[in-house]
Design a protein around this ligand. Structure first.
Ligand SMILES: Nc1ncnc2c1ncn2[C@@H]1O[C@H](COP(=O)(O)OP(=O)(O)OP(=O)(O)O)[C@@H](O)[C@H]1O
Length: 242
């Protein structure tokens, strides 16, 4: 089967800084792929180029066989790629349920949207464990619940591929375990996942496969255990958090 997302030779320069340099990466349908690397290695830039926030300096991105390189973020979202931000993005003055309703209103009618595991906004809130808070204003939610709302908002746009940028940052152990439980269910709902995080324990729980970036280049890609034992990867994290 061909990959759901295929990144070829992707480069991104910001002035004199090379944030990504000739990255090749394939994400297979139905997997949970982890992308790790030290601070500044290019992980967020990779997501930003895939989602159309930044134009690449070179290379290509294809999604389900269609070249999406350089498309605008709304077109990429409509094609079926969802994205959660490091900061949860919700309308603080609106109720939790209203936020999910609005996020779902812009859903395109395309191949990826034909099947939806959560037929109503409330069903989606129930999935992420926030149904009891549906009528609360988003602005009063505690941090952990706000992160879960961010996940619900991304899922409301019915992605076929969901990119998660440090989804567990700032969560306590209980909240992290809940998040892991949710994310693991996504492939069973037809949603492929690619996740960035610094927390290697989390990545080991979530991902069978890891890709490692260092100074904008991919230095390893393979089964999680093998990648974490790779001397090149250990070198990069020497004295770090491995
Ligand atoms: N908009 C931008 N303008 C200029 N330089 C940028 C921009 N975005 C990223 N960079 C630079 O590109 C490089 C890669 O940054 P990026 O944020 O992608 O790394 P990262 O791996 O996500 O880091 P972290 O783990 O700290 O989030 C860094 O040197 C960063 O300073």
């Amino acid at each position: 089967m061909s990959p759901i997302l295929e990144i070829r030779g992707l480069s991104k320069r910001f002035g004199g800084v090379t944030a990504l340099s000739g990255v090749d990466l394939a994400i297979e349908e139905g997997e949970i792929l982890g992308v790790v690397g030290p601070n500044g290695s290019g992980k967020t830039t990779l997501f930003n180029v895939v989602t159309g926030v930044h134009m690449p300096s070179g290379g290509s991105v294809s999604f389900r066989g269609r070249d999406i390189t350089g498309l605008k973020p709304h077109a990429i979202s409509r094609a079926g790629i969802g994205y959660t931000f490091q900061q949860a993005m919700a309308f603080a003055g609106l109720r939790v349920l209203e936020n999910v309703q609005i996020a779902g209103e812009h859903v395109r009618v395309n191949a990826g949207a034909s099947h939806h595991p959560w037929p109503t906004p409330l069903a989606l809130l129930d999935f992420v464990g926030l149904a009891a808070l549906a009528d609360e204003r988003a602005g009063v939610l505690p941090f952990g619940s706000l992160r879960l709302l961010g996940l619900a908002l991304a899922l409301a746009s019915r992605p076929a591929l969901l990119l998660l940028d440090e989804p567990a940052a700032g969560l306590n152990d209980r909240e992290t375990a809940a998040l892991v439980g949710l994310v693991r269910q996504l492939p069973g709902h037809g949603i492929t996942v690619c996740v960035i995080d610094h927390d290697m324990k989390l990545m080991q729980m979530l991902c069978r496969r890891l890709a490692v970036l260092d100074f904008g280049s991919k230095i390893a890609d393979g089964p999680t255990g093998a990648v974490l034992a790779d001397p090149k990867v250990l070198d990069v994290y020497l004295g770090g958090d491995l």
